[in-house]
Ligand binder design. Structure first.
Ligand SMILES: Nc1ncnc2c1ncn2[C@@H]1O[C@H](COP(=O)(O)OP(=O)(O)O)[C@@H](O)[C@H]1O
Ligand SMILES: [Mg+2]
Length: 151
């Protein structure tokens, strides 16, 4: 993905097939484009306002037409117990789409995602490696990839 616009476009493609109850994990170093991808996803789901990184707030909630989207960033968790005391577990429910940056900071207690995307630096560009981890995640990825190819 040669530029920011490409990461936004991948996020937009993920709006196709996105639905309630799904969980997306975004992995990759600081600055690899995780928040940018969420920005594209939110825009394509009809969010017209700003998209703030949840680095400090840990959670930014969005009430959208099709669903509730919870955007988490666990970068600032110092250890896994912070996930338990955060009370965020209840947000992972069949009514919500949850997107998590830095899921590894919450450890194994965080439920496995339906879809995981690893973003990597490739010079000035980025690579995105998607991995589906459930049947709904596999269907989501297939839908998103066909949207990506036709976009
Ligand atoms: N495909 C890309 N190619 C080049 N730069 C990108 C790409 N995607 C995002 N960026 C840039 O990378 C920077 C960091 O992005 P951000 O989404 O905040 O990363 P993260 O949330 O992973 O820390 C931003 O300046 C963004 O414009
Ligand atoms: Mg970020």
């Amino acid at each position: 993905m040669p530029e920011e616009a490409a990461t936004l476009r991948l996020g937009e493609a993920l709006a196709a097939g996105a639905s309630k109850g799904l969980v997306l994990h975004l992995k990759g170093e600081l600055g690899s484009g995780k928040t940018t991808l969420v920005r594209g996803l939110l825009r394509a789901l009809g969010h017209g306002g700003r998209v703030k990184s949840p680095t400090y707030t840990l959670l930014e909630p969005y009430g959208l037409l099709r669903l509730n989207l919870y955007h988490f960033d666990f970068y600032r968790f110092k250890d896994h117990s912070e996930w338990l005391s955060s009370g965020f577990r209840e947000h992972f429910n069949p009514e919500s789409l949850c997107v998590v940056e830095w899921p590894e900071r919450a450890g194994d207690l965080l439920a496995p995602p339906d879809l995981e995307i690893l973003l990597q630096y490739d010079g000035p560009s980025r690579n995105a490696l998607p991995l589906s981890r459930s049947e709904p995640g596999q269907a989501w990825l297939a839908t998103a990839l066909s949207r990506w190819r036709s976009s």
